[in-house]
Write a protein that binds this ligand. Structure first.
Ligand SMILES: [Fe+2]
Length: 298
């Protein structure tokens, strides 16, 4: 069974959102015929009501075509409330929850896949701290309890369902940013591989990616639809097709001239243990040289 996932991230409604792109996406969405739409966080810029309200309108539009799974990103968390207090974190997510529901780690079961999400956006939390001041409330972390919960969901799922892990922060280093989204990233990567995930959907870095983690987990990193792209590159979203023996990730890139998204590069990966070979096939084209971007906030 083939499963098709439309993977969006980092919409950043507010001053940075590109409404031409959002409206174009809303228009073309039914023609893409996704089985589910996944938004991997940062729907807002500053966790404001108006930003969440426009994001909710997009989610409602998408929901007319397919079920939608939404998770919060670091920008959707009122991180300035209760910094470093480990308990009673509800106020941090109250505004987000008002528009997208109290479940911060929703699960979606499709006939061919189970999508389980993990919360990595914890505001100013001990687990997300690094020695860098600029990382404050930007980096995320994958707590042990989140890993254990997701692993339990994957273990209990029927064999024929592909295991898809949804989280906000990029789990691989950004090409341009050179940054990991998660603090204690080696531990997080080990946990992701050990969870049984076959595909990871993440964002946060504002640069698209299609790579393998640990030689077996296919990672789709969606770019942003806002004006703050890495290196001034065109905005993108990803379309992920999970087939019985392979996973394909296609970037849809914004074409400013025609004012629409167009399918561009596709990357293909054999599913670990499901085909004769593993690893990406064919090899991705070499990265284009791009200007460096020193922006630290994703
Ligand atoms: Fe983010």
């Amino acid at each position: 069974m083939t499963v098709q996932l439309l993977h969006l991230s980092d919409l950043h409604f507010g001053g940075l959102a590109d409404l031409d792109q959002i409206e174009s996406l809303e228009q073309m969405l039914p023609d893409l015929r996704p089985d589910a739409v996944v938004v991997t966080g940062d729907l807002s810029q500053r966790a404001r009501h108006g930003e969440f309200q426009r994001a909710r309108a997009l989610v409602q539009t998408a929901a007319r075509t397919a079920p939608v799974l939404v998770i919060p990103g670091n920008h959707d968390v009122a991180w300035w409330l209760r910094p470093l207090i480990p308990f009673a974190k509800e106020p941090l997510y109250a505004k987000y929850a008002r528009y997208f529901g109290a479940d911060l780690t929703p699960t979606l079961a499709l006939p061919g896949a189970i999508l389980a999400s993990a919360l990595t956006s914890h505001g100013v939390a001990w687990g997300s701290l690094t020695p860098q001041v600029r990382d404050l409330a930007v980096k995320g972390h994958l707590p042990k309890r989140e890993f254990a919960r997701v692993r339990g969901l994957f273990e209990a799922a029927p064999r024929e369902q592909a295991r898809v892990l949804v989280l906000h922060h990029n789990v691989l280093r950004g090409d341009i940013s050179k940054r990991m989204g998660l603090a204690r990233w080696r531990q997080a990567q080990r946990r992701i591989v050990a969870s049984g995930a076959e595909v990871v959907l993440c964002g946060h870095d504002h640069q698209e990616g299609a790579e393998l983690l640990g030689g077996r987990v296919v990672v789709s990193t969606a770019g942003t639809l806002c004006k703050r792209t890495r290196g001034g590159r065109p905005s993108t979203f990803n379309f992920v097709t999970i087939e019985p023996t392979a996973v394909h990730i296609t970037y849809f890139r914004w074409d400013a001239e025609s004012r629409r998204f167009r399918a561009s590069d596709t990357y293909a990966f054999a599913r670990a243990g499901k085909g004769a070979s593993s690893g990406p096939a064919p090899a991705p084209p070499p990265a284009q040289p791009v200007p460096a971007d020193t922006t630290s906030h994703s």
